[in-house]
Design a protein around this ligand. Structure first.
Ligand code: ITT
Length: 192
């Protein structure tokens, strides 16, 4: 099955390949070619649709996209939909350093990753959202994953998300859960 992927994030493509292949069989995931759309909505749901619609309009091919981020309770849900550009540079190390700085001396470390997974075809639009609960560590650990993984301690886990194997992370993560549910839905739809 060929799917265009409306993302510029290579880490997401790698995770999506691992998540979707068992559910959908041999998969050809093709990164979107057109200009990245502006993600100007206030919800993960709407931003995921913006990305998937843009890649579908550009390619004319069934498209998936995700909008994701981390919501920290003590910060009123920030950085949320702005997670990729929380620090001015948008670099992972700077984003995580800023989050740790803003939580200095804060006892409530509760946080959750959110992923809205979108599928857009000529026949319709589908979005599924899932969350992954945990806490923010006091310092980074682990070299795997991307983004905020080194400072995210998943609920029930002794290690950070960056210390999990890709298979472990995908089996419980926000993206793993959202795209597994989306793949199950796609498998019930007529092929185009
Ligand atoms: P695209 O919009 O091109 O898909 P992006 O990285 O800008 O790429 P988002 O707008 O969805 O994607 O922002 C997601 C950010 O949230 C991402 O850059 C990370 O900082 C963070 N994030 C999302 N999922 C994550 C994960 O599984 N592990 C760690 N950080 C994650």
């Amino acid at each position: 099955m060929k799917l265009v992927v409306g993302t510029r994030n290579a880490h997401k493509i790698a995770e999506l390949t691992e998540i979707l292949t068992p559910a959908l069989g041999a998969l050809d995931l093709v990164p979107a070619q057109g200009e990245a759309p502006e993600e100007d909505a206030t919800t993960f749901y709407e931003n995921a649709l913006i990305k998937a619609r843009a890649a579908f309009a550009d390619s004319g091919h069934p498209t998936i996209a995700d909008d994701s981020g981390i919501e920290v309770r003590a910060l009123g849900g920030q950085p949320g939909v702005r997670s990729a550009r929380y620090a001015a540079s948008g670099l992972d190390e700077d984003n995580t350093a800023l989050l740790l700085k803003n939580l200095e001396g804060v006892e409530d470390r509760q946080a959750e990753f959110v992923c809205a997974a979108a599928y857009v075809t000529a026949r319709g639009e589908y979005v599924i959202e899932r969350r992954w609960e945990g806490t923010i560590a006091h310092a980074p650990s682990g070299g795997g994953g991307f983004g905020y993984d080194p400072i995210f301690l998943p609920e029930g886990s002794a290690v950070s998300a960056a210390e999990m194997s890709p298979a472990e992370k995908n089996s419980v993560s926000h993206r793993g859960q959202a795209f597994l549910a989306l793949a199950e839905l796609i498998a019930t739809l007529p092929t185009e």
